[in-house]
Write a protein of this length. Structure first.
Length: 190
């Protein structure tokens, strides 16, 4: 059994034949650091489960990169807007470390959903969980200070500063690198 199936089984215990059906449509790969898995303007047709590594989802605003999402071991990365709509994405997905990834093409899931209702339930639970993560992120920007967003990021990714550039973290938090440096200094002095 691989890490992806283990992850799925941690959400819903899948029968062996459902696991086999998922394995048949899953692509396992080792991806080097700085690989672009999706470029803006492309249609996203898969989501990626990270067994190891770190990726970021980002977009361009006024010619600058803005990090929208980080995913690390045990996380999922995709451009959901494009995945579900079939329209070109505004997002890019990039590995920030060499990563072991299990990719699943969304279009190949429909027969598996049809044949295994438990897999359809699993998909619904995964979408719900990821929607709640997105809702939390929106609430952080609507109701929390930059310092509170920083603290939440450190809880989620305690080693983020060893794994990626300061600029990626600052844009994820919606602040400048200078502001991030001040927050980090104040946080260390607590």
């Amino acid at each position: 059994m691989n890490e992806f199936i283990n992850y799925l089984n941690s959400i819903v215990e899948l029968p062996h034949n459902a696991q086999e059906a998922i394995n048949k449509i899953t692509i396992h790969r080792e991806v080097p650091k700085n690989t672009i898995l999706l470029s803006h303007g492309e249609i996203c047709n898969e989501f990626h489960f990270l067994a190891t590594g770190l990726v970021r989802v980002f977009y361009y605003k006024d010619g600058k990169e803005v990090t929208a999402w980080f995913a690390s071991q045990g996380g999922i990365a995709s451009a959901i807007d494009s995945l579900f709509s079939g329209l070109p994405s505004i997002y890019n997905i990039q590995t920030l470390e060499s990563s072991e990834i299990f990719s699943l093409q969304y279009g190949k899931l429909e027969p598996v959903f049809r044949d295994f209702p438990i897999v359809e339930r699993l998909g619904r639970l995964m979408v719900t969980y990821n929607y709640l993560l997105l809702d939390e992120r929106m609430k952080l920007f609507a109701f929390c200070t930059a310092e509170e967003r920083y603290e939440r990021l450190i809880q989620q990714f305690p080693d983020i500063f060893q794994r990626t550039k300061l600029g990626h973290v600052a844009s994820y938090l919606g602040i400048t690198q200078e502001h991030l440096s001040r927050i980090r200094a104040a946080y260390k002095n607590k």
